[in-house]
Design a protein around this ligand. Structure first.
Ligand code: ASP
Length: 257
């Protein structure tokens, strides 16, 4: 929010907020990312700006300290949209800070993996992080960063890095970042669906988010999303038991954790 107050673009604020959460081991992204069935991290990220519809996305990252910086580099330094497992040399060329696996793997995540492998429960907790922001010029952006789902199969990719599924921004509608069972969010193209509902059905942002989550539920998924329109109030919606979130605006802020 401090960046936005200084007049920085929305994507700067989104990336700054996401980096804080990637660095905190409590969240399922960056340090403390969920572990795959092989006990390693495989992180995904996406950053999209509404004003130009530009997007960068990466999946299968194992060494990038801040996966959101990789998404941003792809968006800004290449003519492509999505990279799977970009090599360390390329990451270095993009100025990405790299870390060894010990940095990412925490005892808490190892314990969650052991539990998931002994219960056969792969889908218990989420913890993906996301941010949406609107800057002083009214431009919106969305970003998402995740370690995926504990005990996910090697090579599995969820909704988070897929533009339109876990992350989307369109200046004429909304910026969206989702969390939850990625397969269900992919099947209903969740983030884009919210935008389409606003754009073509004229639904208000809250109804669009709720109706989309109903479709996610119909595909046996739960989770939530943060949605910020180019004009008007943002919405936090979820059909999971709970979702942690925080927001700040000129009118004040709130953190629910
Ligand atoms: N949506 C993420 C995925 O499916 C997981 C999560 O939100 O926790 O990879």
């Amino acid at each position: 929010y401090a960046l936005l107050e200084q007049g920085a673009p929305a994507e700067d604020a989104v990336c700054a907020a996401i980096r804080v959460m990637e660095d905190a081991p409590e969240f399922n992204a960056g340090r403390g990312a969920a572990l795959t069935s092989e006990g390693i991290v495989s992180m995904d990220s996406c950053l999209m700006t509404g004003v130009d519809g530009e997007v960068g996305s990466a999946c299968g990252l194992t060494t990038s300290k801040n996966p959101i910086n990789v998404a941003r580099a792809i968006k800004e330094k290449t003519k492509h949209v999505m990279f799977a497992k970009p090599g360390d040399n390329l990451l270095k060329e993009w100025g990405i800070k790299l870390c060894d696996s010990e940095y990412f793997i925490t005892p808490a995540r190892q314990e969650s993996l052991r539990e998931a492998q002994s219960n056969g429960d792969e889908w218990e907790k989420h913890g993906t992080i996301g941010a949406v922001a609107r800057d002083a010029s009214g431009n919106i952006a969305a970003g998402t960063s995740t370690g995926g789902i504990t005990n996910q199969m090697h090579g599995r990719v969820g909704d988070s890095p897929l533009p339109g599924c876990g992350t989307f921004a369109n200046q004429s509608t909304v910026a969206v970042s989702c969390t939850g069972i990625g397969e269900a969010f992919i099947k209903v193209v969740a983030a884009h669906q919210v935008s389409d509902r606003v754009r073509f059905s004229g639904e208000n942002v809250e109804d669009a988010a709720t109706a989309t989550l109903d479709e996610v539920a119909a595909h046996h998924g739960d989770g939530g999303m943060i949605v910020l329109p180019a004009v008007g109030r943002g919405v936090v919606a979820y059909n999971s038991e709970m979702m942690n979130f925080g927001y700040r605006s000129a009118q004040g802020g709130k953190v629910q954790g």
